[in-house]
Design a protein around this ligand. Structure first.
Ligand code: HEC
Length: 189
């Protein structure tokens, strides 16, 4: 008796799996007040693998302070990826080397500052990330076009460009220092 009951339950179970009542996606249902079979997501639901719990990585800030360094490891690959994205999204305004003379600017759009300006040379990696993410002035946000990883790649590329072109002001400051120290050496002799 016990055995046959188990047998009945399992066979019924199998039938249910195949023919059982279930709703197809987006099917209507009279069971719920809103007439939808699918339940809305609970507020704050995050898809698996999409939890943005790394504040520095996703915002460029740590407790409201811009982070100084790129959170990604700077590799040739990252810089090349940044170069590739920069040429697609940024070059039209910022120009091929980031001095702010892109084609769109030549046709009358506001000129962005050069990446070689003292202020931007000294800017935190988080600042560039923030500008790409949120836009600035007339420049739009690129958050929809660039994933966080790609934004950091572009940041790495911009900072790479900056490192290739010496800061003329810094260079002349060093020259002055050299001259000063020579002069003071000479006067000491
Ligand atoms: C349509 C033209 C345009 C495009 C495309 C564009 N920018 Fe800009 N960008 C500007 C302008 C104009 C400014 C100056 C905004 C202001 O301060 O009002 C600017 C400013 C900046 C600044 C300087 C912010 C500061 O501190 O002064 C950075 C960095 C920057 N853009 C990076 C990027 C990057 C990276 C991309 C590509 C993902 C990009 N921009 C795409 C026009 C553009």
């Amino acid at each position: 008796m016990g055995l046959s009951l188990i047998f009945i339950i399992t066979t019924v179970g199998c039938d249910n799996m195949r023919d059982g009542n279930r709703y197809k996606p987006y099917e209507s249902s009279s069971f719920f007040k809103d007439g939808r079979a699918s339940r809305p997501l609970v507020n704050g639901t995050v898809a698996r693998g999409f939890l943005r719990d790394d504040e520095a990585y996703f915002t460029g800030r740590m407790k409201d302070q811009l982070i100084r360094k790129n959170p990604l490891k700077i590799t040739d690959e990252l810089i090349l990826r940044g170069h590739n994205r920069y040429n697609i999204h940024c070059i039209v305004c910022h120009g091929p080397t980031g001095s702010g003379n892109g084609l769109v600017v030549e046709r009358g759009f506001n000129q962005p500052p050069s990446f070689y300006d003292r202020r931007l040379r000294q800017a935190e990696a988080g600042h560039f990330y923030d500008v790409i993410t949120n836009g600035r002035g007339v420049m739009a946000s690129y958050a929809n076009q660039l994933s966080p990883e790609d934004r950091w790649a572009v940041v790495a590329y911009i900072q790479h460009l900056q490192s290739l072109k010496p800061d003329p002001e810094a260079a002349s400051a060093t020259q002055d220092q050299i001259k000063d120290s020579k002069e003071s050496n000479e006067s000491a002799n």
